[in-house]
Design a protein around this ligand. Structure first.
Ligand code: PLP
Length: 375
């Protein structure tokens, strides 16, 4: 029978209709030319002419490199280049070892599915990224959640843990942009012998080498995730930690084992962009200035948290209100995404505003003016 005539298709269609009726149907957006207040390209690397030029020149040097990796790293996809890149990033980040993954999503999937085994415990912040949650779902460990950034809630869960205990947090939370109390969480983990894992997807590049490095915790944190798809404007990710962790992941992380490795071009671009970042301190300083400007324009009148990350949430309760606000903004030339429930709790629907080193002062002020006066 033609698959499209199978009666089960009707059920799938009904599920989609349900989404449509609740206003949550996802669609791929049409590419636009609006002012970017929504991408994760915090430092503008994805369109940096200088980086593009450097990349083209470097590519010529490796003229006959293969186009594809041809297999998993464990089969034909490994290269000295990949291993050197891992060790170089590990050294610069002050870590023993590192392992590349095809994306942050697959890195978290691999890490959290293979670390906690039956009898072990994984404690996550309640706002942890979906990739961590999905990884935990594939693991046989027990998962406990603690209240967002709440130390006493974390301690309560630490007391309930059994077996090896892992604690997973983000140093900068992707939907609110607020920072985790890293030092305090680390102290609690040390007290209870738990292994701390920090996702630095939105901190790396915005805060130099990330907040684990900045707070001097590199030797105490068990694993750190850096993604290349955000401030580095590339794609892929790396997990940093001990040599033992790297060997463990090579042996047990299924998203690493059973997937074709990144191509040489991707690795080369990551190498160039990582190097580029080391020489672009002024871009990070500019970004921090833009964040302060946005905050000073908006904070007297709107509920926005005063933090130094590039992500800011302007709460507009209700899915339809948040959606409408984003549409009004796009009519004014601003690209700002609404974040709806159930991605965020009901009543916490919001506009997620991302600031970039390349947003002009004028545009930031105009955006704030519109947020204050029209919403
Ligand atoms: C906190 C966090 N971790 C992991 C990821 C996944 O990273 P990637 O986009 O490289 O798959 C994201 C991306 O949205 C994220 O925000």
């Amino acid at each position: 029978m033609n698959a499209f005539l199978n009666p089960s298709i009707v059920v799938l269609g009904k599920r989609l209709e349900g989404r449509q009726q609740s206003g949550l149907l996802r669609k791929l957006p049409v590419p636009h030319t609006l002012l970017d207040f929504c991408s994760n390209d915090y430092l503008g690397f994805s369109s940096s002419e200088s980086l593009q030029q450097q990349f083209s020149i470097a590519k010529q040097t490796y003229g006959n490199a293969p186009l594809g990796a041809t297999g998993s790293r464990l089969l034909t996809g490994n290269s000295i280049f990949a291993e050197d890149l891992e060790q170089h990033i590990a050294n610069v980040q002050g870590q023993q070892a590192a392992l590349l993954f095809n994306s942050g999503y697959t890195a978290n999937l691999g890490l959290f599915s293979c670390l906690p085994q039956k009898g072990d415990t994984i404690i996550t912040d309640e706002l942890i990224h979906c990739s961590v949650i999905d990884g935990c779902r594939l693991s046989f460990g027990k998962r406990l959640k603690f209240k967002h950034n709440d130390l006493s809630s974390l301690e309560e869960k630490l007391k309930m843990s059994s077996g090896i205990c892992f604690v997973a947090i983000e140093s900068v939370y992707s939907m609110d942009g607020d920072l985790a109390p890293l030092l305090e969480i680390n102290t609690l983990c040390q007290k209870y012998g738990a292994l701390l894992i920090v996702d630095e997807a939105h901190a790396f590049g915005v805060f130099g080498k990330g907040l684990v490095h900045l707070t001097g915790l590199t030797e105490q944190v068990f694993a750190v995730l850096i993604t290349f798809g955000k401030a580095l404007g590339a794609h892929g990710a790396i997990i940093l930690g001990s040599r033992l962790l790297r060997n463990y992941l090579i042996n047990f992380a299924r998203s690493f084992i059973y997937s074709t490795a990144m191509s040489f071009s991707q690795l080369l671009y990551i190498q160039m962009a990582y190097q580029f970042l080391q020489n672009q301190e002024e871009l990070t300083i500019t970004l921090q200035y833009k964040i302060r400007l946005f905050h000073s324009c908006l904070s007297q009148v709107k509920e926005v948290e005063n933090h130094r990350s590039a992500v800011h949430a302007v709460i507009i309760p209700g899915n339809s209100s948040a959606y409408k606000a984003s549409r009004l903004l796009s009519e004014q030339g601003f690209a700002v995404h609404p974040i709806l429930s159930p991605t965020v709790p009901i009543g916490k629907e919001r506009l997620r505003i991302c600031l970039h080193s390349y947003n002009t002062d004028e545009d930031i002020k105009r955006l704030c003016h519109f947020l204050i006066n029209a919403l």
